[in-house]
Design a protein around this ligand. Structure first.
Ligand SMILES: Cc1ncc(COP(=O)(O)O)c(C=O)c1O
Length: 304
């Protein structure tokens, strides 16, 4: 099903596959704008923790038992914001649990094609197509302004989604853009562009990780992703993240605090002491400069 981007895909899933009052599970942390989409619906949100290997499937089982949710929204590949990827064993377990507790999994896989091939597990639906709606997007592989994405799912869910009034009325969300993307695919432009961007992002990612590892003080944990757009830093508990972000702004750095990514509104969650760094849109020179400035700011806020 073609959508106006992965955001629209999530919106469609919530609109047609949940009922008011349902409980849905969100990772903590999760894509911050997904929180805004979920807020448009009358659903109860329960956060589920993630670790450096993605969704914590044991914590998930406890939540499934306790809350009887309808749907889980998860980012199993090069997570935004943590950069984590769910390993194959956890993927299998997740599908088993989805079947046992009868839930729908909305898998946001917009970064599936943007990682090193030997570190990229197959999409989640490979392990259980009956349970998974996979969200994809041209935003990450061609251009975000196109507003074009897709949902891949089984007929059972497709039948419900394809009845969407706006889609039926227009025939599709974005017909002209769809034709442009189709040409880009047929002419091989998409493949060439994707290859170029994968190499570029990998260079930027390695540059950022190398630079951070060389300059950050002890006590700061950094993820080392093999794909996606983000590196996640976890700061010691006693760091005042808001003061740090204000200080960073004075040094010309725009940082987004972990709290913005958390469905858990309680202050001082572990997520709130995270920082998301994005390497996708900066040259290696700017990344090096940015990391240098960041390490100076961190030195003032983190006791070694
Ligand atoms: C995990 C994730 N999902 C969805 C989106 C948005 O995708 P789209 O532009 O297709 O709505 C983003 C963009 O940052 C993202 O990181």
């Amino acid at each position: 099903l073609l959508t106006a981007g992965a955001s629209h895909g999530l919106d469609l899933a919530l609109k047609h596959l949940t009922q008011p009052g349902d409980t849905i599970l969100l990772e903590d942390p999760t894509y911050f704008l997904a929180l805004d989409i979920v807020r448009d619906y009358d659903v109860r949100v329960v956060p589920v923790p993630v670790d450096e290997h993605g969704l914590d499937v044991e914590a998930l089982e406890r939540s499934l038992r306790e809350h009887q949710p309808r749907l889980l929204y998860t980012i199993p590949i090069w997570h935004n914001p943590t950069g984590a990827t769910l390993p194959v064993a956890r993927r299998r377990r997740l599908i088993e649990l989805a079947r046992a507790y009868d839930i729908i999994i909305v898998a946001d896989e917009v970064y599936q094609m943007l990682g090193d091939a030997d570190h990229t597990p197959p999409p989640l639906s490979t392990f259980g197509r009956d349970r998974v709606l996979s969200l994809g997007s041209f935003s990450k592989i061609l251009a975000p302004g196109l507003r074009l994405g897709w949902i891949e799912c089984s007929d059972r869910y497709m039948a419900k989604l394809a009845r969407d009034g706006v889609l039926v009325s227009g025939g599709a969300m974005n017909t002209l853009v769809t034709a442009i993307a189709q040409s880009a695919l047929e002419l091989g432009i998409q493949d060439q562009y994707l290859e170029t961007m994968r190499e570029l992002y990998a260079r930027r990612r390695r540059c950022m990780v190398r630079q951070l590892k060389a300059s950050l003080s002890d006590g700061i944990h950094i993820t080392e992703p093999h794909g996606g757009f983000f590196v996640w830093l976890e700061l010691p508990e006693d760091v005042e993240v808001d003061a740090l972000i204000a200080d960073a702004r004075d040094a010309g750095l725009l940082l987004k605090s972990g709290a913005r990514f958390s469905p858990d509104s309680r202050p001082k969650s572990r997520t709130a002491n995270g920082l998301r760094l994005c390497f996708a849109c900066h040259s290696e020179t700017r990344i090096r400069e940015g990391c240098e400035r960041l390490s100076q700011v961190l030195r003032r806020h983190v006791r070694g």
